[in-house]
Design a protein around this ligand. Structure first.
Ligand SMILES: *[C@@H]1O[C@H](CO)[C@@H](O)[C@H](O)[C@H]1NC(C)=O
Ligand SMILES: *[C@@H]1O[C@H](CO)[C@@H](O)[C@H](O)[C@H]1NC(C)=O
Ligand SMILES: *[C@@H]1O[C@H](CO)[C@@H](O)[C@H](O)[C@H]1NC(C)=O
Ligand SMILES: *[C@@H]1O[C@H](CO)[C@@H](O)[C@H](O)[C@H]1NC(C)=O
Ligand SMILES: *[C@@H]1O[C@H](CO)[C@@H](O)[C@H](O)[C@H]1NC(C)=O
Length: 556
């Protein structure tokens, strides 16, 4: 971009004349737990990710609907990565304009992906600030972890505005993860959830393990924490006695740090390999080499660059919808569609704050949906507890289980009648209308136990670990087992499950009908969000898996 006017005007003003914001509604405040260290040196190298405008997004959406609807003749006819690329690849014009723009700023060190819709470019901080008027890069630290982000919103030149969805690496901070924690227990020793307890509750027999070499599953983690192979081995040694299983991860994609093992990381791997037993397991871990990278976005970019991927991915990551720009969420949602048409199932934890709470003003609150849990193109998993914590009994709501209604995504057709049914059944006892948006995508879709887990981390068994990041890999492992059986029969993978799941209308799942999850601690709702009810509800979805019944229902 060259100034066209001969006389001098303030730089900020000149930039605003010819440029506009891509993410006008992005929250750019840096949370207080990050400390600003200072401005980034102008010569320092940053790596930014450019999301190029794709073509045929509505055709992609239609294709996903057809390949995921069990009543469609195209059910299971998934696309390869090359076919996805042919569909969504940005137009020649878009590619040319964006590259020209970058070149004209001396930015030539860029990598693309197989779908051509992301560019990852390395440039100096000075070049980045000129390219993206408004941006000002600073370094921030938290717990010894250092990142580079812009303290102010960025804009792009008018010429490229219509060719980009967003630029990654300026604003979004590494997520804190779900508040996975140990709930305090006063009633003495509980039963404690172990692989054997899960397998008993969900009716998995010793024969229900993977037997297909071509099947695989993955957990993706974006926190500064790692699983340790020794913890997994120790866990399987302690708890894996009753079923055939693997004790090693087959592939780690990304860099595992040398730091301490994290509870979250240990939990995900240990439990996906307990229900999805004897199935090859991958771990996607922090790919961040540059302080300006967004780990979650990096993972999405990677999916568009790998043609062979596990069929099931479980992810325990979420942010408040209201902290993210609509442009970003819409584009990430399209990335989920790209995975879905390829036959990949993405499972996200629904979150650990119930309906959540957002303070809108003085004594004015609303619930706070979380993304990607609120995306219509992922399967979102909530959490439950045993009714009697000392026994394998039926399940009730775990009060932390995330759920509610999106304020960004419209309600997809596949769930419309289920949600309508719920709203009607519980009409008299619903929270005030001002707290949630009934036209939005409602979640979760299903659930599993999320309370009282045993986890081995740093070689020590730890009890009472709770969170929907526990229930998500548990469900993921079971879907992997079903995929294995389907592949053996020559059927496709399950892919995007929701259209099929909602058509089961709760068949093959244990309905959860008791308990409410938490929300705003205010006078109006007094900490109560939604409550479970017969059939689907926005606390536990359709309920928890009865494995043999679910296998039978999904094996055609
Ligand atoms: C995508 O993969 C190709 C090799 O298959 C590689 O050359 C390219 O750099 C990768 N892109 C990114 C963004 O890493
Ligand atoms: C599965 O478990 C439930 C409850 O634990 C039980 O009622 C049911 O009979 C079991 N078996 C099958 C095949 O569903
Ligand atoms: C475990 O998986 C392997 C293939 O990965 C298979 O050969 C073996 O039979 C499986 N074990 C059981 C008990 O099914
Ligand atoms: C695994 O995949 C290969 C190549 O796609 C195929 O030839 C083979 O039959 C598959 N094996 C199983 C056990 O499905
Ligand atoms: C409610 O959700 C819809 C999407 O279904 C959205 O368009 C609308 O803006 C939301 N309303 C509020 C108040 O957030």
């Amino acid at each position: 971009m060259k100034p066209l006017l001969a006389f001098s005007i303030p730089v900020l003003f000149s930039s605003l004349v010819w440029s506009g914001y891509l993410e006008y509604d992005q929250d750019v405040l840096i949370p207080q737990d990050w400390t600003r260290v200072g401005r980034v040196d102008p010569t320092e190298q940053l790596e930014l990710t450019f999301a190029l405008k794709q073509q045929n997004v509505h055709l992609l959406e239609e294709k996903l609907r057809l390949v995921s609807d069990p009543d469609s003749a195209q059910y299971g006819k998934h696309l390869s990565l090359e076919e996805v690329a042919a569909l969504v690849r940005p137009s020649e014009l878009t590619q040319k304009v964006v590259r020209h723009w970058l070149h004209s700023h001396g930015i030539t060190n860029c990598l693309t992906v197989r779908t051509w819709d992301f560019l990852q470019c390395t440039m100096t901080a000075e070049a980045a600030e000129t390219l993206l008027p408004g941006s000002r890069f600073h370094r921030y630290i938290r717990d010894g972890h250092s990142i580079v982000r812009s303290s102010a919103p960025y804009s792009v030149h008018d010429d490229v505005h219509q060719h980009l969805d967003f630029v990654g690496g300026l604003h979004r901070l590494p997520p804190k993860g779900q508040d996975l924690g140990q709930k305090p227990h006063k009633e003495g020793l509980h039963l404690g959830v172990t692989p054997a307890i899960l397998r008993t509750r969900y009716n998995l027999t010793a024969a229900d393990v993977g037997s297909n070499q071509n099947n695989s599953q993955a957990v993706a983690q974006f926190l500064e924490q790692y699983y340790h192979p020794a913890d997994l081995a120790e866990f399987m040694n302690m708890f894996g006695g009753t079923f055939q299983h693997m004790s090693q991860v087959d592939r780690v994609v990304g860099t595992q740090g040398a730091g301490k093992a994290g509870l979250e990381a240990s939990l995900d791997v240990e439990y996906i390999m307990s229900t999805g037993a004897n199935i090859s397991t991958w771990v996607f871990t922090n790919p961040g080499r540059h302080e300006s990278q967004e780990p979650f976005l990096q993972w999405m970019v990677l999916l568009s660059n790998m043609s062979d991927l596990p069929w099931v991915h479980t992810i325990s990551y979420g942010d408040d919808e209201d902290s993210l720009s609509t442009a970003y969420m819409m584009r990430i949602n399209t990335e989920f569609m790209k995975a879905g048409v390829r036959g990949i199932s993405l499972l996200f934890a629904s979150g650990d704050s119930g309906a959540g709470c957002r303070h809108m003003g003085k004594e004015q609150n609303s619930f706070r949906p979380s993304f990607p849990a609120s995306s219509p193109y992922v399967t979102t998993v909530g959490g439950t507890s045993f009714k009697n914590p000392f026994k394998v009994t039926y399940e009730v709501t775990d009060y932390i289980s995330g759920g509610g209604f999106s304020n960004v995504f419209d309600m997809p057709d596949y769930q419309a009648s289920a949600v309508k049914g719920y709203l009607k059944t519980v009409e008299a006892t619903l929270p005030p209308k001002s707290y949630f948006n009934t036209s939005g995508r409602a979640y979760p879709d299903m659930a599993a136990l999320s309370d009282n887990y045993w986890v081995v981390t740093n070689r020590v068994p730890i009890p009472w670990v709770s969170g929907t990041s526990a229930s998500t890999p548990v469900v993921g492992g079971m879907l992997s087992l079903i995929n294995g059986q389907r592949l053996l029969k020559g059927l496709s993978s399950l892919g995007f499950l929701n259209p099929r799941l909602y058509k089961l209308k709760g068949q093959a799942l244990f309905d959860v009908t008791e308990g409410c999850h938490l929300s705003c601690l205010d006078e109006q709702v007094q900490g109560k969000g939604f409550c479970a009810a017969p059939s689907w509800d926005p606390v536990t979805g359709w309920g928890t898996p009865n494995y043999p019944a679910l296998l039978a229902a999904l094996l055609t």
